[in-house]
Design a protein around this ligand. Structure first.
Ligand SMILES: *Cc1c(COP(=O)(O)O)cnc(C)c1O
Length: 407
């Protein structure tokens, strides 16, 4: 059975094709392995799919931390409606594009005073994560003589089932507990702040459409309840996202049509009747970029050990931590993998693919079936477009950083 991640890429004359270029030729063009390659057309197609499936009234925001490569952010700036950033440097990357500042939001706990000042000066929307942060934003605005644009990130009174990572419900470092928001709204009523509305982001990597739909219904219900308590008009409802992509053999792709239909019901029903002028936002990282990226490594050694065949490649967990199973997974499972320059050849040999780091954690493919690969062949890991390079400990073992290309 072919993983959908492999089926999404084309093969030509026995080689995987990325961005129209056979991967062995691309490796020559890049000049060194390992490297990450992101397929521009696949990014464009993914945005088109979302546009075709989600209601037109919903704004599409890209969460830059999923893949902050400037060329990727630049490309997406012409396709999506907004960016969400989570650090001062991501903010600068976002502002280097044509995306207007009032379409950039800044979320995340622990924003420094310097970052808050940067954000206020830029005129982006600060998603406030605590009461204390609200007061610090206000102070930054007073100091700069600029009225900050803000929204309240709410830690909801529910949690989302089926998320690979939970960021809402129960006690959290993210957002302000829903039951404390009315008091804060009262405190901020006369403050020199442009309070736009609310933000909820409660979970990541969810493949269950019904769970996402339920979370969206609960989020809208919560936000409309809070809007009634707000002394100021609510103009911004950021519903989060958390749309997942299939990594492992048994993962079923998300039913996006079901999510789109549910959003349409919410936008045309309760939101239109209570807050007809509110801007409704869905913010996605992984779902936008994850499937468009591959991590390309070269086989450095092929060895036998007590009945097992090892392929040792020149990459590893220092570049693509998630594929080694050490980025939040409970049970290690294999990411989709292939020999990029033997595309379409029969995957007849069970091998263990390991990286070049001196630790048993550096396991990239545990007992996977691949075409027979030799030293010099290109082993490719898929679903590498999100939380790859920048979510990996590049300094560990002091190997050089890999290249990244958008093709
Ligand atoms: C990380 C993050 C996202 C993106 O999450 P994905 O699961 O990659 O879609 C969206 N919103 C906020 C606030 C985030 O911190």
């Amino acid at each position: 059975m072919t993983h959908p991640a492999l089926a999404a890429f084309e093969g030509r004359s026995g080689a995987l094709v990325v961005g129209g270029i056979p991967v062995d030729r691309l490796a020559e063009r890049v000049g060194a392995t390992p490297f990450f390659a992101y397929d521009r057309a696949m990014l464009t197609d993914r945005v088109r799919l979302l546009r075709d499936t989600l209601p037109t009234a919903v704004s599409l925001s890209y969460a830059v931390k999923a893949n902050p490569m400037p060329a990727v952010v630049q490309h997406l700036s012409g396709l999506v409606d907004a960016f969400d950033v989570a650090s001062g440097l991501e903010l600068r990357t976002a502002l280097d594009t044509t995306m207007p500042a009032d379409r950039v939001s800044f979320a995340g706990p622990g924003k420094s005073d310097a970052e808050l000042s940067q954000a206020v000066a830029a005129g982006v929307t600060i998603e406030m994560e605590s009461e204390n942060e609200a007061r610090r934003v206000l102070a930054a605005g007073n100091r700069l003589g600029i009225r900050p644009r803000v929204a309240i990130r709410v830690n909801p009174d529910f949690s989302v089932k089926g998320s690979g990572m939970r960021l809402g419900g129960g006690p959290q470092q993210f957002g302000i507990d829903a039951e404390r928001v009315p008091a804060l709204l009262k405190e901020l009523a006369d403050a020199d702040l442009d309070l736009l509305g609310f933000h909820v982001f409660a979970g990541s990597q969810n493949l269950r459409a019904e769970s996402i739909c339920q979370a969206q219904r609960q989020t809208v219900e919560l936000m409309l309840r809070l809007a009634e308590e707000s002394p100021l008009p609510v103009r911004y409802l950021n519903l989060g996202g958390g749309f997942g992509i299939p990594y492992f053999e048994k993962d079923q792709p998300l039913d996006l049509a079901a999510v789109g239909a549910n959003l349409a019901t919410l936008v045309e029903g309760p939101i239109r009747s209570a807050l007809p002028d509110a801007r409704v936002v869905v913010e996605l990282g992984r779902y936008l970029v994850g499937e468009s990226g591959v991590y390309v490594t070269r086989v450095v050694d092929r060895k036998e050990s007590r009945g097992r065949t090892y392929l040792v490649v020149d990459g590893g967990l220092h570049h693509q931590l998630a594929a080694s199973g050490n980025f939040g997974q409970v049970i290690r499972r294999n990411y989709p993998i292939a020999v990029g320059n033997r595309w379409g050849a029969e995957a007849g040999e069970p091998v263990t693919v390991v990286g070049c780091l001196c630790t048993p954690l550096d396991l990239l493919g545990d007992n996977v079936a691949l075409p027979r690969a030799e030293v010099g062949d290109l082993v490719v890991l898929f679903q590498a477009g999100a939380y790859g390079l920048t979510a990996s400990p590049t300094a560990f073992l002091s190997h050089p950083a890999p290249a990244e290309v958008l093709v």
